[in-house]
Design a protein around this ligand. Sequence first.
Ligand code: 1CP
Length: 374
Amino acid sequence: AVYPVHTDADFPPLRNDLILRVARGEKVERAPVWIMRQAGRFLPEFRAVRAAHSFFTVCRTPELAATVTLQPIDRFNGLLDASIIFCDILVVPQALGLECIMVPTKGPTFPHPLETPADLARLPDTVDVNEKLGYVFEAITLTRTRLDGRVPLFGFAGCPWTLMAYMIEGGGSRNYEKAKKWLTTWPEASHALLRKLADVVVDFLVGQVKAGAQLLQVFGSSSGELTPKQFVNFSLPYLLEIPGRVRAALEDINPELAKIPIAVFPRGAHYSFEPLSAPGVGYDIVSVDWTMDPAAIRQRTQNRVALQGNLDPTMLFAPKEVIREETREMLQKFGPGEKYIANLGHGILPTTDPEHLRAYLEAIRDISSEMNGK
Ligand code: 1CP
């Protein structure tokens, strides 16, 4: 399959470009906000869709993916400043031919994970993302049309190391002993796998922008599991090459598309902020988890990138007054005005009361407007 190249002209005009302005470093009237996993199990309307369809059926059916992507935008009408396409980072391993199923209560599971370097022979040399992941591109084009310009749409992918970890561990993991054994025992095979994943991730992200994604986020959710030396050796090089390669490919297709803002979430990797925000790398936004002090990260990134985050997701279980006070403190630490996008420090938890998320979103809007003199 060949998918058409979409530009802004193919979609309804954008009516809220707050987050795009922050990504460009412009001054804004209040902090934009979106929430990692904002479409998901904490919403009863999402659980209703999931009662009738399997997780990956929702991902693979553009109509369903668009429906659930829009659910938080509709429910929190006017309080969210971005949407993120409903999908999962694990569709990339699936595109490489590795079966991944969603097991109730257990989460995503690979019945036949990679065990030794010999298993790399099971993976194809290259992947045609249009053939294997075209359903994501179709979902993005449909969703952006349905959004009707209310907010911009994020596309995303997992970073190579995070994907490698899932493909070897066979699912979520506490200690990552199998994947980290690969790094120490089979470093060359590890790099061969990471190289292959990086190539697919770049093509996948380029395809998402062609389909209509207006920002991208690279999820490095397992970054902090590595030692600093392992991170520099096995994760950072691939993270650093992604923005440049994505933009170079887009430049050849249509230079307008190469302006896409790109975010990265190096969860737990406190040592990664300097290299990821270094001049010329190309990340516009770096997401901060809740274990990190925003003022210290701001200092270390020298105001070169916008920061995103970082309330502890369990703070949404607190009374609403506490949420408001914690929000005020968070906003003060990130500093008013520019280069800040509010979010949580990781994905919203499935047991969260949606009304408590509303309290957080309202507090961000009110307090950040006040801090910016509006
Ligand atoms: O049954 C269900 O409905 C499963 C719950 C669920 C949902 C709603 C999973 C399984 N994935 C998703 C959607 C999802 N995953 C999105 C959609 C957009 C949005 O944010 O609203 C995104 C961006 C992801 C990304 C993702 N998947 C990450 C990176 C972000 C993060 O939270 O660290 C990771 C690590 C995954 C793997 C994954 N998929 C699902 C689960 C439960 C997990 C984590 C498993 C584990 O590590 O134990």
